[in-house]
Design a binder for this molecule. Sequence first.
Ligand code: CP
Length: 302
Amino acid sequence: VKHLLGIKNLSADDIRLILDTADDFKEVINRPIKKVPSLRDITVANVFFENSTRTRLSFELAQKRLSADVVNFSASNSSVKKGETLLDTVNNILSMKVDMIVMRHSSPGAPHFLSRHIKANIVNAGDGTHEHPTQALLDAYSIRERLGEVGGKKVVIIGDILHSRVALSNIFCLQKLGAEVMVCGPNTLLPRYIRELGVQVELDVDRALQWCDVANVLRIQMERQQARYFPSLREYSLYFGLTKERLQRLGKEIVVMHPGPINRGVEISSDVADAPNAIILDQVENGVAVRMAVLYLLAQQQ
Ligand code: CP
């Protein structure tokens, strides 16, 4: 496999290889000397057409821990603003002897389009509402780390499923690893095709929480709403927000996840986000090792 465009076309063995390789890199980055020479002489460009904190910094740290040379590109302060196309932009970057492209783009399928036109390895760092494969991999890694395995676990993804690339990649990844997956949210934020993906659908968050071992909580993506959506943020928080009271009523402990950024007080309350059973910062920590594994494995395919 030359590119990581999504989880959909990976096998369970591909995913396990990435997670097992990430285990080795997690050990490396916890040592006093965090760097290995695995990607020395490889140059990677992080090409971001959308905002990012975790994914961009995590890829850059992963590349630096692997001793790659790194350049960062943000569309917002680039010649894209003067009308340069995606393909021209990337071809110009590749002319400077860049070997790998990590790209985030607002258009679903943008990295797939690029993969048909360029020779360099491509890693999809999120394409619109489509896929966010490294997020799903780090989520699966974090579940495995906390619960021992992913297979057989019940995971509910709660929130704005309609606009979420994290949801789609997580559904593919968790199912391939043998987890049961449920989605929960307002009907207006569930895609019509959702049942075709083999997931359970639950509109009542309390029933969803009672069912699950793990709750992965998503934010409402205000930037992707096509029209005025229902419910309002206040109503969403009331009916779907994870609160301490809601979790206490369960009579059991569940693992709480969130890909970030968090909107505290909307989809999750601060006391839930900061509780010991929330592994939100573990997810961020694991993102570096998982992205090291992805870059390392793709570099073998050049
Ligand atoms: N989880 C995630 O993709 O966060 P960023 O948008 O900050 O990269």
